[in-house]
Design a protein around this ligand. Structure first.
Ligand code: APR
Length: 310
């Protein structure tokens, strides 16, 4: 198993280290355009092996040749959000970067699974899909796992219970239009609505929607990376170990939820072949409506990129 992480910034480096520590691959390649940065960070990670107790080979590069024959490619290249910047502001800048990166990686790896992390997520995943020409099952985006993790952490804090007992699903686009599905949120199987007042649930839903911005406002010069990296690694673990996990991921819908040819967060089964199934769960009318609105925003933005993608 060879995993390449494109972008040796905050998210990419954190994810690469976790992949190595969890021994999800024999080889982890960290790529960036900044000469010295991926090499230095990768060497530092590799040197943590004896104390972190892993044998994974980690090396950094600025040469796409070194990414050859990767099984999984995690794309984190791009600019992070600055305060006051929406994910959509990043659109053109990151679309150009993701296009270039995707074109390069598929020259060297024939049939990889691509996991997109760069924002705006759903649109960048679409860019990766179009440019890579890979089957849709092999190109997916990391958003729902992160948004759900945020929602779960807020619920755990509010109820003072273990995070591990909380199940939650946040679907839709990764952005202000995300759709936390309260109906399928439970604590050790107990519906959240039985444990928490409606207005508290709404506050937590709202905080989840703005979870990324909350961190950007603290950091000022960057965006979240610990939870995003952990979320991407959870997806990688599901694929590497063929776990058939049901996780919310950005997937190209093909009629599910009445949405066609748009990347949007939906529950999927993740295994060694990438997306092995997209689950169509029963949603209430307002949630379905919100999901479709979210998809319409993504679709409009993708249409605006048509000339770049051609
Ligand atoms: N090819 C490869 N790497 C690139 C390219 C490119 N064309 N352009 C930029 N990069 C690299 C930068 O050199 C930098 O090291 O991408 C890295 C991005 O790292 P950070 O600026 O630290 O950003 P990070 O916080 O990691 O976020 C990366 O993930 O969560 C999303 O919104 C976030 O889109 C952003 C991405």
């Amino acid at each position: 198993m060879k995993i390449t992480v494109i972008g040796a910034g905050h998210v990419g480096a954190t994810a690469a280290h976790r992949i190595a520590e969890q021994q999800l691959a024999n080889t982890v390649v960290l790529f960036d355009i900044l000469e010295g940065i991926p090499q230095g960070k990768a060497l530092d990670m590799y040197e943590s092996g004896p104390v972190g107790l892993f044998d994974t080979k980690v090396y950094g590069t600025t040469d796409y040749n070194d990414t050859a024959d990767s099984d999984i490619i995690l794309i984190t290249a791009g600019m992070a959000r600055k305060p006051g910047m929406s994910r959509e502001d990043l659109l053109m800048k990151n679309a150009t970067i993701v296009k270039e990166v995707t074109d390069q990686v598929v020259r060297y790896s024939k049939n990889p699974i691509i996991i997109m992390v760069s924002n705006p997520l759903d649109i960048m995943t679409h860019v990766g899909y179009i440019r890579s020409k890979l089957p849709k099952e092999r190109v997916l985006g990391m958003a729902g796992v992160l948004d759900s993790a945020r929602f779960r952490s807020f619920i755990a804090e509010e109820l003072n219970v273990s995070m591990r007992d909380i199940n939650a699903f946040v679907l839709g686009g990764h952005g202000d239009s995300m759709v936390p599905v309260v109906k399928y949120t439970s604590v050790a199987g107990i519906p959240l609505t039985e444990l928490m007042a409606q207005d508290t649930i709404e506050q937590l839903v709202n905080r989840t929607r703005k979870g990324g911005a909350e961190i950007v406002n603290y950091l000022k010069n960057g965006s979240a990376y610990y939870a995003p990296a952990s979320s991407a690694v959870e997806m990688i673990d599901a694929i590497v170990n063929d776990r058939k996990r049901i996780l919310p991921c950005s997937a190209l819908l093909d009629g599910q939820y009445g949405i066609n040819n748009v990347y949007i967060g939906a529950p999927v089964k993740l295994g060694k072949n990438g997306i092995e199934q997209i689950l169509e769960i029963d949603l209430d009318a307002p949630e379905l409506d919100a999901l479709r609105k979210s998809a319409a925003i993504v679709e409009e933005n993708c249409n605006n990129l048509a000339s770049l993608l051609a």
